[in-house]
Write a protein that binds this ligand. Structure first.
Ligand SMILES: Cc1cc2nc3c(=O)[nH]c(=O)nc-3n(C[C@H](O)[C@H](O)[C@H](O)COP(=O)(O)O)c2cc1C
Length: 257
């Protein structure tokens, strides 16, 4: 288990090789064993294998090639619909159509996704999460015909790796782990503890000629500039996507402002 988790790396290139139905079913069954709030299992996963539907997902996921290459795309959803339907047919008092319901479902879905990822990696499959799920939540709700009280939370591609990247850098443990109380760092400590990561990330991005040219043209000279630039996670993009999410969560009946 330690070896498996410590050798994790995202895979973005895949062989043209199907995942056997029985294996996929075993992986999904393992996901079902994940912890979930109140054992309500307020999550669902949509399996996409159909090439035409994958093409549509590819467009929704900002044209990330791995969506077309990988034989399977899994879209994990917070699912309060199933729970509410169960409550409804029994005529019990309703609940879960609120932000807390959504957060519980989002956590259940994410935990299940990670269980499935580890199980997949344990049998030699590769995976990569797609944050574009949030960015395209509106499109995914339509494409996957998601009912009210459900919401796409994360997606993964899964398949047999056609690349063998090395493991990527991580922050030093004591930046992430706080003993008893949250520990704030001085500016000097922030610079010192992030220096190696800054160098690695900058070198990695600059190794790609197209990216290097784009960075130079935009006058971006350090990794933190890049992270908040128009090429990555700009404030403007965050506000735009956040507003869409608030609107869609309301449409899906999971947020009432
Ligand atoms: C929620 C989430 C969203 C992600 N979205 C994307 C994505 O849209 N495209 C991509 O290529 N990688 C994506 N990744 C993969 C990360 O870039 C990757 O996990 C990180 O760089 C660390 O690399 P590693 O997984 O190889 O260790 C995502 C990862 C997570 C957890």
């Amino acid at each position: 288990m330690f070896n498996l988790a410590n050798s994790h790396r995202s895979i973005r290139a895949y062989k043209d090789q199907e995942i056997d139905d029985t294996l996929l079913n075993e992986l999904l069954t393992t996901g079902l064993r994940s912890s979930s709030s109140g054992n309500m299992q307020t999550w669902s996963v949509i399996v996409t294998r159909d090439p035409a539907q994958k093409q549509r997902l590819y467009e929704a996921h900002s044209y990330q090639n791995m969506v077309l290459e990988a034989p399977v795309v899994l879209t994990f959803c917070a699912d309060l619909f199933r729970m509410r339907e169960w409550v409804r047919v029994h005529g019990s008092k309703q609940s879960f159509d609120d932000l807390l319901g959504f957060l519980v479902g989002a956590m259940d879905a994410t935990i299940a996704a990670q269980t499935i990822c580890l199980a997949a990696e344990s049998v030699g499959l590769g995976i990569c999460y797609m944050g574009t799920t949030w960015f395209s939540a509106d499109k995914l709700i339509e494409l996957l015909d998601l009912p009210q009280y459900t919401f796409p939370v994360t997606s993964i591609v899964m398949g047999y790796p056609a690349e063998a990247p090395g493991v990527r850098d991580r922050l030093p443990l004591d930046l992430v782990v706080h003993q008893e109380k949250y520990k704030r760092l001085s500016d000097a400590e922030i610079l010192a503890t992030h220096a190696e990561r800054e160098q690695n990330a900058w070198a990695r991005y600059n190794a790609n000629e197209a990216v290097r040219e784009r960075l130079a043209a935009a006058g971006i000279t350090k990794i933190t500039d890049y992270y908040t630039s128009e090429f990555k996670y700009s404030k403007e993009l965050h506000v735009q996507v956040s507003n869409m999410l608030i609107e869609k969560l309301q449409d899906q009946g999971l947020l009432h402002l």
